[in-house]
Design a protein around this ligand. Sequence first.
Ligand code: GLY
Ligand code: MN
Ligand code: MN
Length: 468
Amino acid sequence: MAPFTLDPLAPSWSVQWREDLKLRRDRLMAAIGSGVAIFRSAPPAVMHNDVEYGYRQDSDFYYVTGFDEPEAVAVLAPNHPDHAYVLFVRPKDRLAETWSGRRLGVEGALMELGADAVYGIDELEDHLAAYLETGDRLFYGLGRDRAFDELLLGQWRSLLRRRQKTGKGPIAIEDPSGRLHQLRNRKTEPELALMRRAIAIAAEAHQTAMELTRPGVWEYEIQAEMERIFRRHGGWGPAYPSIVASGDNACILHYVENSRQMRDGDLLLIDAGCSYRYYNSDITRTFPVNGRFSDAQRALYELVLESQVQAIAQVKPGNTYKTMHDTAVQVLTEGLVALGLLAGDPAELIERKIYRNFYMHGTGHWLGLDVHDVGLYHNGEADEPFQPGQVITVEPGLYIAPDAEPMQPPELDGDDEDATDDDWPEQPPIDDRWRGLGIRIEDNVLVTENGCEVLTAAVPKAIADLEH
Ligand code: GLY
Ligand code: MN
Ligand code: MN
């Protein structure tokens, strides 16, 4: 037998992908037990007037169905004797397809999507109740689509009215996210194969960006080259608005104008990832535009890199997002004290959140079908331990805005307007050499049985590899 390969470009892929979709539905059905679950496709997003953005399916719906058309409903009814998985889709329509693209249609969906029954979406009201009544609990995400909520609640009300005689039908509604997102949070091998591809494409784009960057180049030129690479490899495009931020633009966390000409002596921060068949990468690198770090840039970069390496080392089963974040904060805070950007006992600077003057965001997030993917970080009071199959970003940074001020004590409550916090560790003035520097390093990390794998390792981040 040929070795089992998982290559999204191989002919065997579509079979493997369909098997994986079935596996996910089976797991979800086990998770909903004797309930019935309803998933709705995403509404089209309007760009302006009657022009729409390219359609992007709802991530939950896509996870369950692999189907990327609008106006669709999926039903999981594990108790139904014949139809555990049912789809309602847009029927074929020659005229409509001439205007707005091909449709799989009812027969096509039956052949390709693994459903036990498929109906036209116009038949929804006639058939839905027969599936709803097979469950003792309805899993549905209320509050996203008013019209559909009304239809479903109407059908549920009439089932409840008849319940006295039939003894059938759901008696409660539960949002499916709790159970579904636990599944989505731990990736299957085929999902990881798509993520690896989204990462490989973005890695090539980052490497090309590094080669093309020099004084005089405009930020948007780098953006254009990167997004060209995303598309040329079959990617949908950027996973989120690409950030190409030179000089002090790097201190704006969501800088997306990408409109400045780069200068000798700047750093360039690029935060750009690719969306490939619905799966995403999310990579940040920061490097000198002229190929050489200044002393101040180097000192700050070394510190961010050290914090990132140490945070990554915390990504292993049993540890938590908090372990990882706390490690990054600890390293950054101690380093900022050593560089004279903060003053005081690191424990106190952390306790009082004074480090947030220069590091104001979290250290990472789940990554998958959504860039900020689903899954819990905390469960009640407890932190969720890392589990194999999760993918998390690790992305510490430091940002010294041009107009940064040493952090002052918060104003105290009470009647005395001049009340101050006498124990506040006074912060030093910010030396000009740090001003305007923004640095972030972001990798995508897979939690494995014994530790982790840095999926984005192909993109250089060591100083020696960034200088030329
Ligand atoms: N690029 C979005 C993020 O890093 O979270
Ligand atoms: Mn990120
Ligand atoms: Mn990012």
